[in-house]
Design a protein around this ligand. Structure first.
Ligand code: 4NP
Length: 170
């Protein structure tokens, strides 16, 4: 299991590199990126982690996160300043774990992985939901109203918290 490999990195004092991926890299994955950066700071382990996000669709490359996601995140005290970028093949080498927001992202990432080892790095955010056990993905809020953005942030906070907890568990 990839989490066990990552725990070994933490034990050895090696940096853990996490990439969050969605479709546009303007709503869900930059939010996960911001949430996880805040969590590692709060836990006093920021120097042990490198966090980034990217999208499978490159059409928003260079853009700030969607203004609606920025506004909803700001209400939770998070400033999202990431600039969208497309996933690249070298990400599979650079990152230790690649967290997909939904099944489509997951399938595309697994298909893109250059090696079977790299394929194992791809996981679903839903695997880490503990407060929302009925949810099976972070749904794309792009065409939704405010509730979609709040729901996405609730799921992302839940998944990031549990992922970090698992990685840091002794
Ligand atoms: P995201 O949302 O994948 O959470 O960043 C989307 C943003 C833009 C598009 C799709 C999803 N789009 O097709 O432009």
């Amino acid at each position: 299991m990839i989490i066990e490999d990552i725990k070994k990195r933490v034990e050895k004092g090696e940096k853990v590199k996490i990439l969050f991926v969605c479709l546009g890299n303007i709503c869900r994955s930059p939010a996960a990126h911001g949430v996880m950066e805040r969590l590692v700071k709060e836990q006093g382990v920021a120097d042990q982690f490198e966090i980034d996000s990217a999208g499978l669709y490159g059409g928003h490359a260079g853009d700030l996160p969607d203004s609606r996601m920025r506004a909803h995140a700001r209400r939770r005290g998070l400033e999202l300043t990431h600039r969208s970028r497309k996933v690249r093949e070298s990400d599979f080498d650079r990152f230790d774990i690649i967290v997909a927001m939904d099944d489509s992202n997951y399938d595309q990432l697994r298909a893109m992985a250059p090696t079977p080892e790299d394929e194992k790095k791809v996981v679903k955010m839903a695997d880490f939901f503990t407060q929302h056990p009925w949810a099976d993905c972070v749904p794309d809020p792009y065409y939704d109203g405010a509730q979609g953005f709040e729901n996405a942030l609730d799921l992302i906070e839940d998944g990031c918290f549990t992922l970090l907890k698992q990685v840091l568990a002794k």
